[in-house]
Design a binder for this molecule. Structure first.
Ligand code: NAD
Length: 329
């Protein structure tokens, strides 16, 4: 980082926070982003860089210290007993190697990862009581989410009743397929209505509806990837996905348990090529320490689990990340 003074860093950080808060509001609350994700990410990473260089400028309400979303006050609120967190991200293989080295150092031995596609949608929690779906909620601000139970009843791949009478919670991604997105936008365009910027925003705008009849007309899907309170005999993320699938959840079966970074890089290269041909949008690859006991041991920061990281793909149209961007203050 070019040398700057504490005062300059303070001023720049303040301006970045203002900009990022506004963009996050447009993205999370209005489901209508004003800028592309990579622009948000570049500004966010600049703020991280400044706060790392000058820790004294970190404020508790900085976007780097909290989950970005907000709760629409028109929805009933749901308190997440176990917070729904965000995820750390990296933009290069070099940074992934550093993540792996950090994990190995923290646990004291080599680590296996469950490597999954990062689905471009919004997180959804599903709670079951005695095998019946009793509550569905969005991530919201991580601690408090929005109650979207009525809406989730209209998502076809969400089991309303499980084959076993268990009381449990799973989490995953609610998304809209590329086909459903194209057809929804075509229909909206023909009616003279505003079109959605991308499938992620279309999914969020379709799930977060006070009138569940609107959700009913939208073709939403889910990929479930987290079992919040799995039975004791489930010891790994890879196993959890297979077992949730047996319970009837729609899971993504492309995930692989991998033990070396070379295998992880091959997986990344494979899906960088296949990305466009998938029926749903992905914006990266997620590495999760596979062993659940190690995840527990590694724990979370205020914002992200320490045991997982997202490798984000470069922006689709603009292949090169702008490094000499002018950071306006
Ligand atoms: P994130 O979306 O980058 O990553 C965390 C989320 O990934 C999780 O909450 C989960 O919903 C999702 N996910 C998808 N597949 C997953 C899998 N297999 N396993 C686990 N989780 C999976 O983080 P965030 O905090 O939700 O959002 C930050 C990102 O949102 C930014 O990096 C930026 O790209 C975007 N954003 C864009 C704007 C904008 O204006 N364009 C504004 C705010 C945020």
């Amino acid at each position: 980082m070019a040398k700057i003074t504490l005062d300059e860093a303070q001023t720049e950080a303040k301006s970045l926070r203002k900009k990022l808060d506004k963009w996050a509001e447009d993205y999370y609350s209005k489901d209508a982003p004003e800028v592309e994700d990579h622009v948000y990410d570049q500004n966010y990473n600049r703020l991280l860089e400044l706060e790392a260089e000058f820790p004294e400028i970190v404020t508790p309400d900085s976007i780097t210290q909290r989950v970005g979303g907000q709760v629409n006050s028109d929805f009933s609120k749901v308190e997440h007993e176990i917070p729904m967190l965000s995820m750390g991200d990296v933009f290069s293989k070099e940074e992934l190697k550093e993540f792996d080295q950090r994990m190995q150092k923290l646990v004291g031995h080599p680590v296996a990862y469950n490597v999954e596609l990062k689905i471009d949608g919004l997180s959804l929690s599903l709670e079951y009581t005695d095998g019946k779906l009793t509550r569905a909620s969005t991530r919201g601000n991580g601690s408090i989410g929005e109650d979207v139970t009525a809406n989730a009843r209209y998502i076809k791949d969400i089991p309303q009743v499980l084959p076993e009478k268990i009381t449990t919670e799973v989490r995953g991604e609610c998304y809209m397929s590329k086909e459903a997105f194209a057809s929804l936008n075509k229909e909206r365009d023909e009616k003279g209505e505003a079109v959605f910027a991308n499938p992620r925003n279309a999914a969020a705008g379709s799930l977060r509806q006070l009138n569940a009849q609107v959700t009913k007309k939208r073709d939403l899907s889910t990929f479930i990837y987290t079992w919040v309170n799995p039975p004791k005999d489930i010891t790994s993320q890879h196993q959890a996905i297979q077992e949730m699938s047996k319970l009837g959840f729609h899971t993504n079966q492309t995930g692989k348990k991998l033990s070396s970074m070379d295998e992880v890089f091959d997986f990344i290269d494979e899906y960088t090529k296949k990305r466009d041909s998938l029926a749903y949008g992905i914006d990266g690859i997620v590495l999760k320490v596979d062993e659940l006991s190690l995840q527990q041991e590694l724990g979370n920061t205020v914002k992200v689990p320490r045991w997982e990281i997202a490798y984000k793909f470069p922006p689709e149209e603009q292949e090169t990340v702008v490094r000499d961007i002018e950071w306006t203050v």
